[in-house]
Each structure stands twice: as structure tokens, then as C-alpha cells.
Design a protein around this ligand. Sequence first.
Ligand code: ZN
Length: 257
Amino acid sequence: MPKWLCVNPENFEGQIKMISENFNVIGFKDISTTTSIKNRLIITFDDGFRDNYDNAFKILNKYGVKATYFINPSTLAGQSLWIHKIYAAAFLGSIEDLVKKLGISGDLPTVKEVIEFLKRNCTYPEVEQKLGNLGNIKVPAIYFNKVQIIEMINGGMSFENHGTSHFPLTNGVDLNEEVAADDLLEKITGKKPEVFAYPFGNPESFDKRTNEFLLNKYSYICTTIPQINYSGTRVMGRVCSYEMKPEKLYLKLVLGY
Ligand SMILES: [Zn+2]
């Protein structure tokens, strides 16, 4: 996972401790039923990384707070997401090789830039085709498995849909296929997903059409646009936490930036 989106376990514990002391941590299903709306906060994780089980789950339990995990159900069926195939290919070879094999060109010195290039300039079917040129890339076992998910559900955690492709939904993605992932998720969790988190979640990864489509199927959809969500909001923003001191995260959460 890119470093800029990570937090080490010690720092994460400090952040969760601060959250448990200052906020009323709820789940999406509690939004309509909690009477006190003061300082309500929902903790979310994206992509179903195994370290969310190995590290985060224990810490959340210790402080008695719940979280929602947005996962791509295809990863539970043994598939790797396109972004992680790109990371793995770059790790096993070189960026120059990767760029050459993908048949793209430009000033692309880092994996992040390669991924941005593909998101901006290709449709999802084109990216899938380009990935075929990379051969059989071995991505390490970085995702949750079904057994871990059941354990986490029993511990009060929730699982919701993060799509099938993990590609910006505005760019050649079949929306019906993205939500079809619900079936697999429901088979494992025993609960129909009610929330969808946009892959990437920035303004380029969704639009009015995708919002309308998803709001017909889900109670809430999540972006990564930083904001405070007021009552009645169904397209929610999120404040991103990464490697930062609990005090700084507190300010970000209170101010919504
Ligand atoms: Zn994601």
C-alpha cells in the first residue's frame, strides 16, 4: 500500500484512543437511530488489506470502537486489484520496464504516476488488456480472507462494497458489474451491503450519473472529499487519517479538512 495512506500501529493506537475519548463512534446503520447527533464519527477502511485485521482490529477492540471496511469482493475470490498488480510488477522489475510493457509513455518516474496516467487516459477494459502484457504477476497475500471477515463481524465490524474493478467509475466501468459484487459480499457476511465507497473517491472518480445510479441501490455512498457530513447527507465525504499525531487528526476531524 502506498506509504502516504498508511499509519503505523503505535500511532494508530494513539489516534483511536483520541477518537474514543472525544467522539461518539457509530456505524452507518446507526445514523438514523442515534438520538444524540453530537460528535458522531464513523471509522472506515478501504481495500481489505490484511493488516487491517492483523493490527487495526485488535486496537479497535481494545478501545471498544467499531469500524466499516469497504472491500472489493473479487479479492476474496482470489483476484488481485489492478493497482496492486501494477505495484507488484514495479516492485519485481523496474518502472521503465513496467511502462514499456504497458505500452504507455510520458514522464512517469513513479508507480503513483503510472497509476494516475492509466486512470486518466485509459478505460478499464484498456487497462485490463494492458495488464495482460505483464504476464502472470504474483501479488502477495495482502487481503483479508473469509475466516478473518467472519471473526471481525463477530467482533462488531461491518463490511460494505468498494466495487469490482477498483477503477474510477466514470471511466468505462460497467456500473452493474460494480454493484454485482454485493452478491458475493452478502454470501460471506449474511448481510446485503448498504453503503458503497467510490474507488479513489476524488472528484474525478465519480459524477452525477454514478451518484444517481448508486443512490438507487445504497443508503449512503462515500467519497474521499474531506468534509463534515451533516444530517440527511447521503453522498458523504471522509477525512483521511494517515501518519499524523492524534492532536493533528483531532483538528482535521473537527474542522473537516
Ligand atoms: Zn480503494
